[in-house]
Design a protein around this ligand. Structure first.
Ligand code: TXA
Ligand code: MG
Length: 342
């Protein structure tokens, strides 16, 4: 049984460390906090994570409490060297080895049968566990300092857009976690690709490592149906995270899909109509040829809309190429699949 943390929620003093100026000191102190069962938010190349000792079920429970995360949504274990994978899984399939050699460290998470040392709190009772080796230097240093795998979801309140800078984390969790390491803006800006290796390799969440990249190493890869479609009534989620409301801004959001010039026109008309009703409108249009920038900016943009009190967001769909596919997956979820074909 897990002990009571004692402190009232939101009343903790969240220690702040700057990765650039307090390098080893920051990661060493935070590594000790993790070992002692505390919560530390830290930068990765994708988004900020909220970390706890991944081998300590009680520490992991605090993550769920801090985020308000549903108890049936499992976490990713973060490791600092590839060889740590074998202690967390029953065994390591050849395909996983090949993918780790090709894409670790980096934005790829792999799901496979868990070993006995992984506590049930990490996997929400599932028989599989998700593992990733991040590329961010501060994340790797923190994992090494902690000396244990770090369980970490994105460091946002459940349902909100993922944090891509330290301020986003503080906006959601200041006073609810022990410490944060500020490592500046996240390079990728959307979360890792989640790939299940149980049965046919299947992408459960698209991310920085694209289907084409995966297929160049291990051959055919499926995409889970729920990646680009809302779950049908009665459909079971391949990944529990698929069934929750996600990345949602406070505004009502509509995605405009179709030929770019028509989309721009339709958005301009809708903007005028809404503005005439006195509604604060934000228009989001990214360059189709530069999905990287879209990935980098999207979550921050949604959070900025909330701060400005925007009530209507009109967004142009991007080409689903490369990382554009991952951005569209997030955009569909943010908009609750509210799509207008023009
Ligand atoms: O880039 C990332 O992956 C970031 C950084 C911090 O590493 N982490 C992250 O974690 O996005 P989170 O918890 O926000 O998303 C993890 C996703 C969820 O959709 C969850 O349902 C899925 O991975 N997942 C975790 N373990 C799983 C499992 N055993 N089987 C299927 N899906 C799993
Ligand atoms: Mg998340």
């Amino acid at each position: 049984r897990c002990g009571d943390p004692g402190t009232e929620f939101g009343s903790m003093n969240t220690e702040f460390f700057n990765a650039a100026t307090q390098k080893e000191n920051g990661t060493n102190v935070c590594g000790r906090i993790i070992r002692a069962g505390g919560l530390v938010a830290f930068p990765t190349e994708t988004v900020y994570g909220l970390g706890a000792n991944g081998l300590d079920g009680c520490a992991v429970e605090k993550i769920f409490a801090a985020k308000g995360r549903p108890g049936d949504n499992p976490l990713i274990l973060h490791i600092a060297k590839k060889s740590d994978l074998k202690q967390l899984w029953k065994h390591v399939p050849d395909k996983a080895r090949q993918l780790a050699d090709a894409f670790w460290p980096g934005p790829l998470t792999m799901v496979y049968l868990k070993s006995d040392i992984v506590p049930p709190q990490v996997t929400a009772g599932l028989s599989t566990v998700a593992v990733r080796m991040p590329e961010h230097k501060t994340a790797l240093a923190l994992i090494r300092a902690a000396g244990v795998p770090i369980a970490a979801p994105s460091a946002n309140l459940s349902g909100k857009p993922s944090p891509t800078c330290a301020q986003h984390v503080l906006d959601d969790l200041d006073g609810c976690i022990d410490a944060i390491i500020d490592g500046g803006d996240c390079r990728v800006g959307v979360e890792s690709t989640v790939l299940s290796l149980v049965g046919t390799p299947t992408v459960l969440r698209p991310g920085g490592v694209t289907r084409e990249m995966l297929e160049s190493v291990i051959g055919h890869v499926d995409i889970a149906h729920a990646v680009l479609n809302p779950l049908k009534n009665g459909e079971t989620a391949a990944s529990p995270g698929m069934k929750y409301k996600h990345y949602a801004p406070r505004a009502e959001m509509t995605i405009f899909s179709g030929e770019r010039e028509k989309v721009k026109l339709a958005m301009a008309e809708e903007k005028m109509r809404r503005a005439a009703q006195g509604q604060k409108v934000e228009v989001i249009v990214y360059d189709d040829a530069d999905p990287q920038t879209a990935a980098h900016d999207f979550f921050a943009r949604l959070r900025a809309c909330d701060k400005k009190g925007v009530v209507v967001i009109l967004a142009a769909a991007l080409k689903e190429d490369g990382i554009g596919f991952a951005v569209m997956n997030r955009m569909f979820k943010s908009a609750g699949y509210n799509i207008r074909e023009v």
